[in-house]
Design a protein around this ligand. Sequence first.
Ligand code: NAD
Length: 268
Amino acid sequence: MVDSSWLGLEKKVIIVTGGASGIGKHIARTLTEAGAQVIVGDLHVETGEQEENGIYHVQLDVTKKDSVEHLVKHVVNKFGTIDGLVNNAGINLPRLLVDFRGEKPEYELDEKTFDLMVSVNQKGVFLMTQAVVREFLKKGSGVVVNISSEAGMEGSNGQSVYSATKGAVNGFTRSWAKELGSHHIRVVAVAPGINEKTGLTTDAYNEALAYTRNITVDELGTDYSKAIPLGRPGRLDDIGNLVTYLLSDRAAYITGTTVNITGGKSRG
Ligand SMILES: NC(=O)c1ccc[n+]([C@@H]2O[C@H](COP(=O)([O-])OP(=O)(O)OC[C@H]3O[C@@H](n4cnc5c(N)ncnc54)[C@H](O)[C@@H]3O)[C@@H](O)[C@H]2O)c1
């Protein structure tokens, strides 16, 4: 195991939303290895005393204010404080603005899909950050790390709403960093590109994305050397390591910015 003591995260209380799967799960694991007390809030976990590798789970729907406030109260009652928040919960449903080929109307953007994506990826980040920052303000410190996406920086074919919600996350990051800097609260975002498979990149996701790009699922991108200068997809550990660093005091002068972690790829 890597020696993470230089990060000084031992016993820090950090909430990771969407930490039951994929990137969030790796972030939670990396933080735990660095000695932090991690609380995973996710739709797909059971609340209670069950603990796994010291990670405490609380059932959470980031789109519901009651659920968010319940999580924050629960964490403060049980662990006494909150030092960090990772807004990682997110969904991605590829859709075309207009199904111009007319073959699969189910992959044309509709209000239900729009509302769902905005609700999880954008409103969820707002609700979580507001509730946690109220706690940060009581003690005059804290770090928020938002999981954005390269799509939110560059735009992305077939992912306009996803891209817009991640662009909003970047805007939140810059604005809240300005609002909260004088209270010693940092707000940073991380923008991954193409990564190892997660719960988000399902067969259904690949099928929808391929249709929106008028290519086959097989053509979706296996020759990473063409798209990614470093020639490989991102490892979940790459993202876990970056987020862990940003949560630590070693990153004390970084706020109000989105850090790309894409192996040099810059077009979505
Ligand atoms: N996978 C990628 O290649 C990639 C690239 C760039 C950015 N991201 C971002 O990384 C984050 C994690 O994605 P992932 O690929 O690990 O996905 P994932 O599907 O594996 O994990 C997402 C988690 O969020 C949870 N979740 C969904 N809706 C929720 C809600 N309303 N309340 C609470 N929890 C909820 C899910 O239960 C799941 O455990 C997302 O914000 C995503 O947009 C992923």
